[in-house]
Design a protein. Structure first.
Length: 88
């Protein structure tokens, strides 16, 4: 993922499993993709992560994923693991 990539946080949706954070990533003017990153409700309920920190944790994970593999298709959903939260 190069420096010119624009990542936009476009909101979240609460589900029974957790919070699903939505992002739009523009690689070029013709290549815009949507991704979601989910954090389980238990992570927030157990106070291991504040709701306010959710977008930052998710955008950091998404940036790491896209840096490792810029060809990740639009619509891919990533899940924040318990280990990621514990390692913060």
């Amino acid at each position: 993922m190069n420096e010119a990539v624009f990542m936009e946080y476009i909101g979240f949706k609460s589900t029974t499993q957790g919070r699903v954070y939505r992002f739009r990533v523009r690689f070029t003017s013709l290549d815009s993709r949507n991704y979601t990153v989910t954090i389980a409700s238990e992570v927030f309920v157990s106070h291991r992560l504040n709701y306010q920190d959710g977008p930052h944790v998710c955008s950091s994970r998404l940036r790491r994923e896209l840096t490792a593999n810029p060809e990740v298709p639009s619509g891919t959903d990533f899940l924040i693991s318990e280990k990621e939260i514990n390692d913060r």
